[in-house]
Design a protein around this ligand. Structure first.
Ligand SMILES: [Zn+2]
Length: 303
């Protein structure tokens, strides 16, 4: 304490001796809320990096989650979880898996800029990516594939679900035509149960979109699920897996997928990454009465 007092007094003395212009210090600027844009963990012999490619508020979350419950029920669930009812924050979280031999990116955010900025912040460049896996073809997952200058990932090939590709290829969808169709020749279509790369296996998760798939990552006896959009909110999706979600194209298939995957994650005590979960978007699932609870990863995956 004594040292502190002395040095503070010395500092004040130094300030007094400065010319007036320097002595009149400006107030520190207000910076706005901030967040880290990457988080890296080890999983067996693999490294897994979550990248925050973007985040945005969405008004009226009840118009997204819980379409089949009334306003009072929605408000009560939000209030019990200390969440506002008028707005929810969405996160966009591509994941990079380095197997030691192959650098595999899962999904690409809304546009190339958000993703490449997070990539370089995490120590990578876009041309290092060997494989880009597309979990499904909504705009917030394929948006970073192509920019004004063409393909974002100069050296990559692509992997996606056959059912997903076929659906959008027949749908006359602008996003697909701009971002995915030009890459069709470099794209491998796979089925649930097949590998995108050694240790990376597709898991059926249909419902959100017709060919939406999750991916099980396994290395040296450790497992993690890249869940993509099977559950998009830590409370509204996990505590209430039967709540209908506006973005789910087949609502009952999506609910069945939520039950199946949440059940597996809880039973296996396996961590998962949720693309729209609050960053860093990694957590565990615990069974509760009538549903599940999300337990954000704290230090388990650092050890
Ligand atoms: Zn999404």
């Amino acid at each position: 304490m004594r040292r502190h007092t002395l040095s503070r007094r010395a500092l004040l003395g130094a300030a007094a001796a400065l010319p007036l212009a320097h002595a009149a210090r400006a107030a520190a600027p207000m910076m706005g809320p901030s967040s880290a844009t990457h988080r890296r963990i080890a999983l067996g012999d693999f490294e897994i990096t979550n990248l925050l490619a973007g985040t945005a508020p969405r008004e009226d979350p009840h118009s997204i989650f819980g379409l089949n419950v009334d306003d009072d029920t929605f408000a009560e669930v939000a209030r019990d979880a200390l969440l506002p009812t008028e707005v929810a924050q969405f996160f966009f979280t591509p994941t990079l898996v380095n197997t030691g031999e192959t650098l595999v990116l899962f999904d690409t955010g809304l546009d190339p800029a958000g993703l490449t900025e997070a990539l370089s912040g995490a120590g990578y460049s876009a041309d290092q990516v060997d494989i880009v896996v597309i979990t499904h073809m909504h705009g917030d997952h394929i948006g970073g594939l192509m920019g004004a200058d063409g393909a974002t990932f100069a050296n990559a090939r692509y992997v996606t679900g056959a059912a997903e590709f076929d659906h959008w290829a027949a749908a006359e969808n602008d996003g697909f035509e701009a971002k995915m169709r030009p890459l069709a020749e470099q794209t491998t279509m796979i089925e649930p149960g097949q590998d995108a790369a050694p240790g990376i296996t597709a898991v059926e998760a249909f419902g959100h979109t017709p060919g939406h798939m999750a991916y099980r990552i396994e290395s040296a006896g450790k497992s993690l699920l890249i869940g993509a959009d099977f559950a998009n909110h830590p409370v509204f999706s996990l505590a209430h897996p039967d709540w209908e979600v506006s973005f789910d194209m087949d609502k009952s298939a999506a609910a069945a997928t939520r039950h199946a995957l949440l059940d597996m994650l809880a039973a296996e005590r396996m961590p998962f990454i949720g693309y729209h979960m609050p960053f860093p978007a990694m957590g565990y699932v615990k069974r509760t009465e009538g549903g599940y609870a999300y337990l954000p990863e704290s230090y388990q995956l650092r050890l």
